[in-house]
Design a protein around this ligand. Structure first.
Ligand SMILES: Cc1ncc(COP(=O)(O)O)c(C=O)c1O
Length: 308
């Protein structure tokens, strides 16, 4: 067996096509699929909306001519497999969307992919939050037929999104040669290490907080989070959010408001989550001292709100 001097350009390369935002890549995919396949778009039942951003995941679906449905998520924001199976039984699915929320990979990821594979649909992995869990950790993005990245969400840029195509048999490549190397202009490995360290610290700092708890009981250190989700238990999340931001701690709530198509009657757990979720920053500019102060502030604010 020989070894060539130079590795083949055909192996281990990934077809990434760059757009302004992830949703533009998703729109491209839906246009292509709807022209060749019948069936609905099946999405998770935790999709938000904001006046400023609209709904990055859902707007392309709404704009397309395709029908859609949602599968249930449990209180840990993991996929309810029984409901997913039911949705596949009840519908002809053309595009199945799995979202790696906040950079975390569902414990049933492989099982879900195997399930979806039986129905010959196009599997899209939405990696808007999971750029690092894919590129640095290699935990996602290789099982689906296509992926989307939201580069502007994960790096300090105004624009940047990408569509990746893993399976050329199901999706024609976009005619878009502007292979911006933008993501390689950053030291992604160092950024990911910093995010992991920050998430580890936040997990330690929040696990014993009173009234605020990490969404996930244990932290999987083999993935790189976009933000650190916590559940605000018994005070008003919106007021807590205001207090923290007014004090200079850039917490967000992904997603505080769900799109109207995901109703409280059908998906009560999603609504419960949306009313309590808050995401703490783990990004590369946050340091140990500021995260410690942020968590102290969080505790003080919860106690103050309880006294009111
Ligand atoms: C899970 C998810 N997918 C896709 C998007 C769309 O990202 P972009 O703003 O790059 O279109 C967002 C954000 O809106 C998101 O949170």
């Amino acid at each position: 067996m020989k070894i060539e001097k130079v590795a083949s350009s055909k192996r281990f390369n990934r077809e990434l096509y760059f757009f302004d935002r992830a949703r533009d890549g998703f729109r491209y995919l839906l246009n292509k699929v709807s022209s060749i396949k019948d069936g609905i778009v099946l999405l998770p039942s935790f999709i938000g909306w904001s006046a400023l951003e609209g709904s990055g995941v859902f707007d392309p679906v709404r704009e397309s001519s395709m029908e859609f449905d949602f599968y249930a998520m449990n209180e840990k924001l993991h996929i309810d497999i029984d409901d997913l199976q039911k949705k596949f039984n009840d519908n002809k699915v053309a595009v199945f969307v799995i979202i790696h929320y906040y950079g975390h990979i569902d414990p049933c990821y492989k099982e879900v992919i195997n399930l979806a594979r039986k129905y010959s649909c196009v599997i899209l992995e939405d990696e808007a939050h999971a750029l690092y869990s894919d590129i640095i950790d290699g935990k996602c993005g290789r099982s689906g037929d296509a992926i989307i990245f939201s580069i502007h969400k994960m790096l300090p840029l105004k624009n940047g999104g990408a569509l990746g195509i893993n399976n050329e048999n199901v999706l024609e490549k976009p005619n878009n040669e502007s292979a911006a190397s933008v993501i390689f202009n950053y030291d992604l490995w160092t950024i990911a290490q910093k995010r992991k360290k920050n998430a580890r610290l936040l997990h330690k700092l929040t696990i014993n907080l009173d009234g605020v708890k990490p969404l996930w009981g244990s932290l999987d250190e083999t993935e790189t989070l976009q933000s650190f989700p916590v559940i605000v238990e018994d005070v008003d999340r919106n007021i807590l959010y205001e207090i923290m931001n007014n004090d200079g701690f850039g917490v967000v709530s992904l997603y505080h408001t769900l799109i109207p198509e995901i109703t409280k009657e059908k998906f009560p757990k999603s609504h419960e989550l949306a009313s309590k979720i808050m995401n703490l920053p783990v990004h590369q500019d946050a340091n140990i001292d500021s995260l410690e102060i942020m968590c102290q502030k969080l505790q003080e604010a919860v106690h103050k709100l309880r006294r009111k």
